[in-house]
Ligand binder design. Sequence first.
Ligand code: TXA
Ligand code: MG
Length: 360
Amino acid sequence: SNLEGSIHTADQLRHALSEPAHRLRRGQVIAFPTETVYGLGANAWDESAVQKVFQAKGRPSDNPLIVHIADLTQLKEVISDPGTIPGPAKRLMDAFWPGPLTIIFPAHEKLATSVHPGMDTVGVRMPNHPVALALIAEAGCPVAAPSANSSGRPSPTVAETVLHDLADRIDGVVDGGPCQVGLESTVIAVTETEGVVYRPGWITPEELQAASGVPFTLDPHLKGEGDKPKSPGMKYRHYAPDARVWVWWGDPVDVREVIAATIADHPELERVALICPADFPDVDGLSARWSPDPNAPYENGLGHELYERLRWGDKIGADALFIVGVEPKGHGLALMNRLQKASEGRQFHATPSRQEPSKP
Ligand code: TXA
Ligand code: MG
């Protein structure tokens, strides 16, 4: 269904969504918009529906799904002990729900096993999107939903991309236009005394600390330490376009020279694209360039469109994409986490003294 047009009240929205909601409830898999990325939804109580989600995406079966709820009453249906929620978690729900924050809790026994395979916890989130909230409320069940992409590909932030990856493997997509945030939610766990960020997102560690009143640290694997991430999804190759991605920093004049030299040194790189600020100078040998809208979310608007632009690289047949990096601080932490994975670590900082990209 397409929701463009004039739907004004929550009731009208629920009414417009009654058909996909009913199908979701009955075990079909339906993609829908959230404020972060599109999700591929299944009734979280229905084991065979949840398994269809794994099949459609080609998702490794040990990677748990986030369960989406429309209101706090539904929390009781997805977590095992609502009476013992730590104070800091309550404060975070107050501050950031609905919103791009996923909190790990002990799981309710009624949830389908595949939602949290081999774990006794579940990630829960109340998305801040009127269509997602109305769809879940109308379905009347918690909705398990990973990002609605083929596993390993960049997450979709428009409905067309969901269809590109999954059209013949899902039962439908609710088109709610482009997602506002553009990168996936922050995934955390929190106790009475401390919190851990498993996956960085729009809500920053500083904001979590301020709102919860307890210190937050990054899961060691986010800093390249520790052997096994607590969040299974973080160990897989991700966000990978077909093109080789390099992340760069430095003075545009120096960067331009490094890129031109890399193109000259690598004849196999026939089509090279650049993602850079609008005022970046021209580069010899470049096939395409694009500049983000600096007013969109995430540092200089890059995070907001990153995923669709990685796919754009593939669409134009780019062999290499050179993408401007940011400082891994604040919102930049999530953006650099995704860029790190998309580039598989290829990055360079161009200065007059050092003009060689790493791992060419
Ligand atoms: O913004 C989002 O979070 C989007 C939208 C659709 O809500 N969803 C999303 O889902 O990104 P997915 O499946 O692509 O990523 C979920 C992440 C994975 O890294 C997974 O391992 C982690 O959350 N996760 C889920 N449940 C967990 C649990 N019980 N313990 C630790 N990590 C968990
Ligand atoms: Mg995903």
